[in-house]
Design a protein around this ligand. Structure first.
Ligand SMILES: NC(=O)c1ccc[n+]([C@@H]2O[C@H](COP(=O)([O-])OP(=O)(O)OC[C@H]3O[C@@H](n4cnc5c(N)ncnc54)[C@H](OP(=O)(O)O)[C@@H]3O)[C@@H](O)[C@H]2O)c1
Length: 235
């Protein structure tokens, strides 16, 4: 099996790599980092330094890989060093909004542009992006976090749009959004105080849930949004 984990340096990204190494030890893993290369070394892993919102970086990455069974985009951003998600629209800041789009939407669209040929195959392949339930318009009952929320809604629309186009162009590829649940990583650290007991998951648990979900899916499931527990989330 050949797997690309984009954002392999993140909390969930690293857990996915470790889970694949443990459960499918013969896999060839390609993984990307942005800031610093994680200390996961194994003969089956090849690391690339990539800014995933840069078109030239994604093109260069695509040129170094031939074919894939599974591409998982585990990149994302909720806060920066000086900006937390907005409690109210009165805190809206266009620069922070654009940062959210760059981290949460642009990478998936660039990956679809340059990796369609890697996922064209007669066997099942997968193109998966880590989204968030907060990006579901139907599920939005509490508001808040407008930049992150809009960026994940846009990501979900991108996934749906890619899935429709690929039904014709890459018929055996299953294109999905995945909600990991609140997971104990740098991304959720500032907000973990408010999480109900038992609702903060380890990255290892989430990685297992995602890989087990994919074992059960194929191209007939393309264009859907799944939660860590296997439940389908409305767009
Ligand atoms: N944790 C949660 O509670 C939670 C809940 C719902 C959804 N999610 C989603 O799950 C995904 C993974 O999140 P996580 O919890 O694992 O977060 P994390 O530990 O903060 O990891 C985020 C990753 O994104 C990478 N990244 C950000 N901007 C990038 C860019 N322009 N180019 C390349 N890499 C970039 C970071 O790379 P470097 O570290 O190398 O800079 C890092 O690998 C995200 O999409 C997030 O929105 C998480």
């Amino acid at each position: 099996m050949k797997i690309l984990v984009v954002g392999g340096s993140g909390g969930i990204g690293q857990a996915l790599i470790k889970q694949v190494l443990a459960s499918k030890p013969n896999s060839q893993i390609y993984a990307t980092y942005h800031s610093s290369e994680p200390q996961i070394t194994n003969d089956n892993i090849k690391w690339f330094r990539v800014d995933a919102s840069s078109e030239s970086d994604i093109l260069e990455l695509a040129n170094q890989i031939t074919d894939l069974d599974l591409l998982i985009n585990a990149i994302g951003s909720l806060h920066t060093a000086n900006k937390k998600p907005e409690k109210s629209v009165s805190e809206f800041n266009p620069e922070f909004f654009h940062h959210n789009l760059d981290a949460n939407v642009v990478p998936t669209i660039l990956l679809s542009k340059y990796f369609i040929k890697h996922l064209k195959s007669k066997r099942n392949t997968f193109f998966v992006s880590l989204s968030a339930r907060i990006g579901s318009i139907e599920d939005n009952n509490i508001g808040g976090w407008i930049s992150y929320r809009c960026s994940k809604a846009a990501l979900n629309m991108a996934i749906k749009t890619i899935s429709i186009e690929w039904k014709y162009k890459s018929q055996h590829c299953c294109v999905l959004s995945f909600h990991p649940g609140t997971t104990d990583t740098e991304l959720s650290k500032p907000f973990q105080r408010n999480v109900k007991p038992g609702k903060l998951f380890s990255a290892e648990y989430v990685a297992r849930q995602l890989l087990e979900l994919l074992d059960d899916k194929d191209a007939s499931d393309t264009g859907k949004f799944f939660s860590f527990n296997g439940e389908e989330i409305p767009w």
